[in-house]
Design a protein. Structure first.
Length: 345
């Protein structure tokens, strides 16, 4: 696609936000004995983000009072029927036109290959949220989760073959057809395909936001693995090889900030869980990243401070959300501001 013909484009996550979307935990079977802890961790994340931008929490009918009691004044609540609480994947992806106006792309959502049933409320969620926000809905017939992509806002998108080419998403679409739809809906011109997500990412089939995320045009944070005995050793090495040999839409080589390995934490019931430091959320003036209470936390925070020298890096508890299958990025979705003359991007 010729860049000059692109009408709508997804801005980078570091573009100014009007607010952040989240959804209150509701699928109790997912969290098991940690359901209440999950709510507490979601509230901690919402309150941390609320220090930098407004948060709109979506809750099932009848749960608004519970959310208000758990969260601070920067968190507003609306009641909309939902099946689950991973708004990055079930919520809208906001795009800007050439004049800076906004619309929301509504990709189909099939609960990560129909892993969790039911999911009809989450599939309908984007339309309901866009109606609440007063934004145009731009539907797509392609299944896509927001956590499966990262963009630089200048025409480059990174994803994983493991996820987007999985037959449980779009079995009738070829790689070329998927790329064409990404270009058409999100305004990208260059798609970089990493082979893998994280080995233990069983729920999402290897979302890119657990292993690689843009931090600015031409630069990413990427997960590494230095232990040859771990299954991610060869997988992350393969990802790094692709990144090092790729150029972005502007023809630039990609600068890589490498993160330490995933910290392994044992929960009270003996379950081992791993926090993905790359699964951070870029808020207005800050980077909110999950931490595990592990010795690897500080090296990871230091790497993110180097990657984001002009933003405050804030660590938030992440072990329970990791147990559920994600991190801060998975439970958030930015709503960028309408771009007007004089807006700082």
């Amino acid at each position: 696609m010729n860049p000059s013909t692109t009408t709508w484009r997804m801005p980078a996550e570091w573009a100014p936000h009007e607010r952040c979307l989240m959804a209150w935990p509701t699928r109790e079977s997912l969290w098991g004995p940690y359901f209440e802890e999950a709510k507490a961790e979601y509230a901690a994340n919402a309150n941390a983000i609320g220090e930098f931008e407004p948060v709109l929490m979506i809750a099932n009918p009848g749960q608004a009072d519970e959310v208000r009691k758990a969260c601070g004044k920067a968190v507003d609540v609306i009641e909309v029927p939902i099946d689950d609480s991973w708004i990055r994947d079930s919520g809208p992806i906001i795009v800007n036109d050439r004049q800076g106006g906004r619309a929301g792309v509504d990709f189909r959502f099939n609960s990560w290959g129909e892993r969790f049933l039911p999911y009809d409320k989450d599939d309908a969620l984007t339309g309901r949220v866009l109606e609440h926000l007063g934004l145009e809905r731009r539907p797509s017939d392609m299944v896509l989760e927001g956590g499966s992509i990262t963009v630089d806002g200048e025409g480059t998108l990174i994803t994983t073959e493991q996820c987007l080419l999985n037959p449980n998403r779009n079995p009738s679409m070829s790689r070329e057809q998927i790329e064409d739809e990404l270009r058409r809906r999100l305004g990208v011109t260059t798609v970089i395909w990493l082979p893998y997500g994280h080995f233990d990412d069983a729920h999402t089939d290897g979302h890119v936001d657990g292993v690689c995320t843009f931090v600015r045009p031409g630069a990413v944070v990427a997960q590494t693995c230095t232990d040859p005995a771990l299954p991610d050793f060869e997988r992350m090495a393969a990802n790094l090889e692709v990144l090092r040999s790729s150029t972005d839409a502007a023809g630039r080589p990609i600068e890589i900030y490498e993160l330490p390995e995933f910290p392994v934490t044992t929960l009270p019931d003996g379950t081992e869980t791993m926090v993905a430091y790359a699964n951070f959320y870029v808020a207005n003036g800050a980077v909110i990243t999950p931490i595990a209470g592990h010795e690897l936390d500080e090296p990871a925070l230091a790497t993110l401070r180097k990657a984001f020298p002009d933003r405050e890096v804030v660590g938030v508890p992440g072990n329970i959300v990791a147990f559920g299958g994600g991190g801060v990025h998975c439970i958030t979705q930015q709503i960028p501001v309408e771009i007007t003359e004089g807006t700082v991007r």
